[in-house]
Design a protein around this ligand. Structure first.
Ligand code: ZN
Length: 257
C-alpha cells in the first residue's frame, strides 16, 4: 500500500508526501524544496516525518531539507553523485532506500541528463522522477548530454505501463502544447489536452501520470516514432540519422518554444 499526496510549493513544484502500510502517522517526503508547507502539513494532520528522498541537487528540490531535518530528525536519502545540503545516505542506481517504519522500500535508478547525478526512486507501483520525466515533457539538459537523457528516459519507459509517475513540477499543459506542435495528428495528445484543462480548472494536479500514458503522448519518449522523427527533421532542416539526434533536436526546439 502506498498513499501519495501532493504538497504544492513555490510556483509549480510538487513535494510528494508518502505513506505506507507501516506506522500510520509516519510519512516521508520527496524533494522538499521548501520546509514551510511540509511542516504545515505535518502539523495539520499530526504526522511524523521519518524520511526525506532527494532526486537531485537543485534548490527548489532540496532547499527545505536542512530545516526539516533540524525540526524532525528525519533520515535523508540522496543521490550518490551530487552534493545536497545535509549528510545523507547516498544512493546510486541499483541500491535501495529502505523506509522501515513506513514499511516501504524504493529502488534507485540513475537517470542523468537534467543534472549529472540525478536519481529516481521506484517502488510500490510508483515512480518519483524529479525533473527527469515530466508529463508530456522532460527536464532541460543542464549538466548531462542528450544521449544520457535519452537513455534515462528510455529506462523509465521500460517500467510497467501502469507505473504511476510523480514528477517534480506541474508543467503538463505547457508541455502538451509543445507535444501537439510535434505531433499535430496524435489523438491521445488531443484527448489529454482537454482532460488536463478540466483538471487544472478545478485546481487539481494533473499528476500522477502513468508510464503507459507518457508513451502515447510524450514526444521525448517517442523519438523513434516516424511522426516525431519527421517533425524533428522538418524543424532541423536536415536528416536526423539517430534517435539521439531526434531527441536533441526536439529538446532544443522545446527550449525556445
Ligand atoms: Zn531541477
Amino acid at each position: 500500500m502506498l498513499d501519495v499526496r501532493p504538497i504544492t510549493a513555490f510556483h509549480d513544484n510538487y513535494i510528494w508526501m508518502v505513506r505506507g502500510a507501516g506506522e500510520p502517522r509516519s510519512v516521508a517526503v520527496v524533494d522538499p524544496g521548501d520546509a514551510g508547507p511540509v511542516l504545515a502539513a505535518l502539523e495539520a494532520d499530526g504526522l511524523r516525518l521519518e524520511a526525506i528522498l532527494a532526486t537531485h541537487h537543485h534548490a527548489d528540490h532540496v532547499g527545505g531539507i536542512a530545516r526539516l531535518v533540524a525540526a524532525t530528525g528525519a533520515k535523508v536519502f540522496g543521490p550518490a553523485r551530487e552534493r545536497i545540503p545535509v549528510d545523507c545516505e547516498q544512493l546510486a542506481g541499483g541500491e535501495r532506500a529502505r523506509l522501515d517504519s513506513l514499511g516501504l522500500e524504493f529502488e534507485v535508478l540513475d537517470v542523468p541528463g537534467h543534472t549529472a547525478g540525478h536519481v529516481a526512486f521506484v517502488g510500490h507501483g510508483a515512480l518519483f522522477c524529479g525533473d527527469t520525466l515530466f508529463s508530456a515533457g522532460c527536464g532541460r539538459l543542464f549538466e548531462g548530454t542528450a544521449a544520457q537523457m535519452l537513455a534515462s528516459l528510455e529506462a523509465l519507459g521500460d517500467l510497467p505501463d501502469e507505473t504511476r509517475v510523480y514528477c517534480g513540477h506541474e508543467y503538463t499543459e505547457a508541455n502538451l502544447r509543445f507535444a501537439l506542435a510535434v505531433e499535430p495528428g496524435n489523438s491521445a495528445i488531443m484527448d489529454y489536452v482537454k482532460r488536463a484543462a478540466a483538471i487544472r480548472a478545478e485546481g487539481r494536479p494533473t499528476l500522477p501520470s502513468t508510464i503507459g500514458l507518457e508513451k502515447r503522448v510524450n514526444p521525448f519518449l517517442r523519438c523513434s516514432h516516424e511522426n516525431v522523427k519527421s517533425s524533428a527533421e522538418r524543424r532541423a532542416g536536415r536528416k536526423l540519422p539517430t534517435t539521439v539526434a531526434v531527441f536533441a533536436a526536439i529538446r532544443s526546439w522545446k527550449d525556445t518554444f
